[in-house]
Design a binder for this molecule. Structure first.
Ligand code: ATR
Length: 288
């Protein structure tokens, strides 16, 4: 039996095991996706575990997407420019860091029939997810990118990295006018995630005529998406991106096409079971 691991902390509520194990079953692979809960001080040992013969690869999540790079043998070009790894693949005995988040983002936009060419994209946040989204949007022909982030220095770092690769692209940092002018606004921050479901990452009103994309998928209807909907905007939740980044990772490990529909359905089913609800002013997992 082959194993694929998820490295992160905390990861107990991850949807990836249900999603990937459903895919392995659908293709009759004797593979298993397992949680490898990894506090920071165990990261090096966890990567060493991946070198054993039974392991086919891994996913990496919070808080290790950047820190893991130090322990890998090489990076794909995409992971290198983003500076973050969400997938580890084995080539011979070498561990190669990849990043499938940007692919998942673009594929989810395609499913929603949003044309990224010529789009004016505003990105809320400037962390690893924002890097993946920004580079993917630039690859897909966005006309401009506006980075908006609480810590301006982080936004400047992302803008500088983008300018190096896309010198022609119009890029702004922390300009609220750029949000009013955007055709696509993407939340890459954790603001609005359960149990913080009432918070919005938007610095102002949601503008008319923009589409809203929230990387957060728990809760499925975030305050950001609800506000956007009220303003008449098209909304896209994070579950599609989650499934597509997972499908791309599956293809890298298994060398076979991924059953994306099976994966989406499996992730959505767990999400429904574990959606947070409000009990006395506190968010709690429905099953706890
Ligand atoms: P990820 O890999 O998921 O992108 P990250 O690299 O830790 O995670 O980035 C988190 C992003 O969410 C950052 O842009 C962070 O803003 P700062 O750069 O100011 O830290 C943003 N973020 C997290 N919590 C936030 C909050 N409460 N309000 C505003 N922004 C927040």
């Amino acid at each position: 039996m082959k194993r694929v691991f998820l490295l992160g902390y905390p990861i107990a509520h991850s949807l990836s095991p249900a999603m990937q194990n459903a895919a392995f079953r659908a293709l009759d692979l004797n593979w298993r996706y397992e949680l490898l809960e990894t506090p920071r001080e165990n990261l090096r040992a966890a990567v060493t575990r991946l070198r054993a013969n039974d392991c086919a690869g891994a996913n990496v999540t919070i808080p290790h997407k950047q820190a893991v790079i130090e322990w890998l043998d090489d990076l794909s070009e995409n992971a290198r420019r983003i500076g973050a790894v969400n997938t580890i693949v084995k080539h011979a005995d070498r561990l190669i860091g990849e990043n499938t988040d940007g692919y998942g983002f673009l594929q989810s936009l395609r499913d929603a029939q949003f044309d990224t060419r010529g789009a004016r994209v505003a990105i809320l946040g400037a962390g690893g997810a924002a890097h993946a989204v920004a580079f993917a949007a630039a690859d897909a022909g966005a006309a401009s990118l506006a980075v908006v982030n609480r810590t301006e220095a982080h936004a400047v770092r992302l803008a500088d990295a983008l300018r190096q690769h896309f010198p022609q692209l119009a890029i702004t940092v922390n300009r609220s006018e750029a949000i009013k002018d955007a055709t696509l606004i993407v939340n890459t921050t954790s603001v609005g995630m359960s149990p913080d479901g009432h918070a919005s990452p938007m610095p102002g009103e949601f503008p008319r005529d923009a589409a809203a994309f929230d990387l957060v998928y728990r809760p499925a209807r975030t305050r950001f998406l609800r506000d956007a909907e009220r303003a008449g905007a098209r909304t896209i939740g994070g579950i599609g991106m989650l499934a597509h980044q997972g499908a791309a990772a599956f293809r890298l490990w298994a060398g076979r096409d991924a059953p994306v529909d099976v994966m989406t359905a499996a992730a959505a089913a767990v999400l429904r079971e574990t959606e947070y609800t409000i009990r006395n002013t506190e968010y709690v997992m429905r099953n706890e």
